[in-house]
Design a protein around this ligand. Structure first.
Ligand code: ACO
Length: 271
């Protein structure tokens, strides 16, 4: 059903390939590939902090502090969701992924740090200043919605959707004319697994974010909203009108309306 994306309708049968090496010699499939083969975003391992049937919020620091096996599980899930989100939006590359060792500074002349080594270090690693755009930044929050099949202790972890938010400095054309420089909180990436869309998960993610951070939907900027997000904002928040911007962000006309003007005035400059 829409609420349980982890349930597969049928188990596919695979014809035996006589040239396939015997199981004992076959190399184990890495967890990342195993996940990609699944039709849903799930990982066999549990991650303490994920909320079964609900939403949890994550920062870069919270993720890098996880024990190595939980870090690998949550990374695989977030990267899979990021890749699927990009595909759903027709983007050439993901705009959400987690913190990976390749994004960490490497010491010259020393052996490359392994995944687990930097996670065991007592101080959290720094992110390379030129890390690609899709990595979770220090000032961003990632909301994760999990199916109620998720078991944070023993596993599995079943991810249903993601919402990435954070501040961005923007020059925005106003409906009354002229430009304004501002740094609003932005909706940067928003995705619900295809099997669960139109089932209320998007609203659960978005409302959890609004409530937790005390935000007004009209006092946010939306990065390249897709037609589905435009429909979502119209339906759930009655937000429709906006001035087309050169930077592809959408700021709804209500941003400047008297009614919501004073809502989070401080945050409009510090997202
Ligand atoms: N076609 C048109 N509108 C849609 C569709 C669709 N296929 N799917 C959802 N919506 C809108 C509609 O308004 C719908 O209401 P309706 O069913 O009465 O028409 C409403 O969303 C449903 O609300 P929820 O069930 O709470 O939202 P959902 O769980 O579907 O999540 C989301 C919304 C995140 C936009 C989801 O549809 C999705 O992941 N879409 C694909 C990826 C995407 O486009 N993400 C937004 C990118 S832009 C950005 O990230 C800034």
């Amino acid at each position: 059903s829409a609420i349980y994306p982890h349930r597969r309708r049928s188990i596919p049968t695979v014809a035996l390939n006589p040239r396939r090496p015997p199981p004992s010699r076959a190399r184990p499939i890495p967890a990342r590939l195993r996940l990609a083969r699944e039709k849903t975003m799930q990982h066999p391992r549990g991650v303490a902090g994920l909320t079964p049937g609900g939403v949890s919020v994550w920062t870069r620091d919270a993720i890098v502090r996880l024990p190595p096996d939980e870090y690998r599980a949550i990374s695989a899930l977030i990267d899979e969701a990021g890749a699927r989100s990009a595909r759903a939006q027709g983007l050439p590359a993901p705009i959400t992924s987690t913190v990976r060792p390749s994004a960490l500074p490497k010491k010259t002349g020393t052996r490359r740090q392994s995944d687990d080594e930097h996670l065991r270090s007592p101080t959290p690693p720094l992110i390379h200043p030129h890390a690609p755009q899709d990595r979770l930044l220090e000032d961003q929050r990632l909301y994760l919605a999990c199916s109620d099949a998720t078991r944070p202790r023993g596993g599995p972890s079943v991810l249903v959707g993601i919402l990435k938010v954070g501040p961005k400095r923007l020059f925005v054309a106003k409906p009354s004319g002229g430009m304004e420089e501002m740094e609003p909180c932005c909706v940067l990436d928003f995705y619900v697994h295809e099997s669960s869309q139109r089932g209320g998960w998007g609203s659960l993610l978005f409302d959890t974010f609004l409530r937790r951070e005390d935000r007004h939907p009209a006092r946010l900027a939306y990065d390249r909203p897709s037609p589905k997000l435009v429909a979502f904002m119209a339906k759930h928040h009655n937000l429709r009108a906006f001035v087309k911007q050169n930077n592809n962000f959408v700021v709804f006309d209500e941003y400047w309306s008297e009614e919501v003007r004073n809502f989070g005035v401080a945050r409009a400059r510090n997202g």
